[in-house]
Design a protein around this ligand. Structure first.
Ligand code: PLP
Length: 421
């Protein structure tokens, strides 16, 4: 397992300069071609590619240290359990949680939000209680609340956005009232790149006595997250967007909240004592981790967090900012391109349309040129409705992207223009 130091939390560690070519060398997939062209991968917002360090950690787990956890008395099981709980401790440090028992492993962000909606929402929300969302939410942070609304009669309130795709704090504040029990917002919009001012969001919600859940699927990728400083009640994210494996994610929840929540699923590992008359449950986090978890997934996540933390966050931010500024400038110079999401301080995600060309056609032509972008509604149909469009083309940048990648995107768009006239 990769045990690189957590530079973020160790100011004495020397910060390596950010060398994108060295970073690229860590990602084996980036050396392959697609349709005979070197791959340009601009879809990290959907799922990031994996560095050798993560791939090796997962292989090592299966080759030398694999067994089921928590149940075995034998050496290998003890080692696997140690790795699993070690990954939990790594996540704790990564988001600066107070305790490792505030870290629940889930399949990903989607499952984490469903867990909170079903367990916390089901136990503590009732008819007329209000949950505040925003128009820029991913479906993962809309549908679980609608399902809860069907069961309990809660009311959903939706924060709008403006032309630039900014988050209007005043409109949000106006929606938070005495019936607001929960504010559930994305940290960073997966379509617009808008960074929601979550510290302010939390302050306003808490002043009204509401809890806050932050969907950090995109947020945790683009900036360090300190859950204690943010004071969010729940924060969730997915390993696969953070250069780790798919099938593993995290729900951070404040200890007292998790302790008061009923189980989400029943099964092995989440119990204290089972009889046919009555079952008592384990304390968190085990209470929410029924069944055999993705053991190798947590090992891969651990390696991914080590990998991300091995970079100076300021250098990463500068790199991503440069890519965003360059892409925005070059796209803006193309006639007929319309950008969505121009809020100040946004993350390195650009969404656009081209007059008279369907996003799917653009995506297909770019693919032939070796450039992978996402097209469509990006699981944010209410946001598409807001802008009155069917979809966009989205380029989302990761650690390994370069200005040369942006140039290839622009070349591909020029091909699109030629084909469509
Ligand atoms: N929330 C946001 C903002 C996302 O971008 C995504 C995925 O694209 C999700 C939630 C869902 O993440 P997952 O599919 O990993 O559960």
């Amino acid at each position: 397992m990769n045990t690189a130091p957590a530079r973020r939390l160790d100011p004495s560690a020397a910060a390596a300069p950010f060398d994108v070519e060295r970073v690229r060398a860590d990602f084996p997939i980036l050396s392959r071609s697609v349709h005979g062209k070197p791959l340009v991968f601009l879809d990290s917002g959907a799922s990031a590619q994996k560095p050798r360090q993560v791939i090796d950690a997962i292989s090592q787990c299966y080759e030398a240290e694999y067994a089921n956890i928590h149940r075995g008395v034998y050496e290998l099981s003890a080692k696997a359990t140690e790795a699993y709980e070690g990954a939990r401790a790594r996540v704790q440090r990564f988001v600066n949680a107070r305790s490792a028992s505030e870290i629940v492993f889930t399949k990903g962000t989607t499952e984490a939000i469903n867990l909170v909606a079903t367990s916390w929402g089901g136990a503590f929300l009732g008819e007329g209680d209000e949950v505040v969302l925003s128009v820029m939410e991913h479906h993962a942070n809309i549908v679980p609340w609608q399902l809860l609304r069907e069961r309990t009669g809660i009311v959903l309130k939706v924060v709008p956005t403006d032309e630039r795709g900014a988050f209007p704090l005043d409109a949000y504040e106006a929606l938070v009232g005495p019936r607001t029990r929960l504010v559930a917002l994305t940290h960073v919009s997966n379509v617009l790149g808008t960074v929601v001012p979550i510290a302010e969001v939390v302050r306003i919600a808490h002043a009204s006595g509401a809890k806050v859940l932050i969907d950090g699927a995109q947020g945790v990728v683009h900036q360090p997250v300190d859950v204690q400083a943010l004071d969010a009640d729940f924060y969730c994210f997915s390993g696969h967007k953070l250069y780790g494996p798919s099938g593993i994610g995290v729900l951070y929840g404040k200890e007292a909240l998790l302790a008061a929540m009923p189980p989400y699923q029943g099964g092995g590992d989440m119990i204290e004592r089972v009889t046919f008359e009555r079952t008592t449950f384990a304390p968190p986090p085990a209470r929410f981790e029924a069944g055999t978890p993705p053991i190798a997934g947590t090992v891969g996540l651990h390696a991914a967090l080590d990998y991300v933390a091995s970079f100076d966050p300021a250098a990463v931010a500068a790199h991503e900012h440069d890519l965003l500024a360059y892409a925005t400038e070059r796209l803006g110079a193309l006639n007929s391109v319309r950008l969505y999401g121009t809020a100040p301080g946004k993350a390195a995600i650009v969404s656009f349309t081209m007059d008279g060309v369907h996003p799917h056609d653009i995506g297909t032509i770019l693919d032939r040129a070796g450039v992978a972008v996402r097209v469509g509604h990006h699981c944010a149909q209410p946001l598409m409705d807001h802008f009155d469009i069917a979809g966009t083309v989205r380029a989302s940048f990761g650690l390994y992207n370069t200005r040369g990648d942006v140039d290839r995107l622009i070349d591909g768009l020029e091909d699109v223009r030629e084909i469509f006239g």
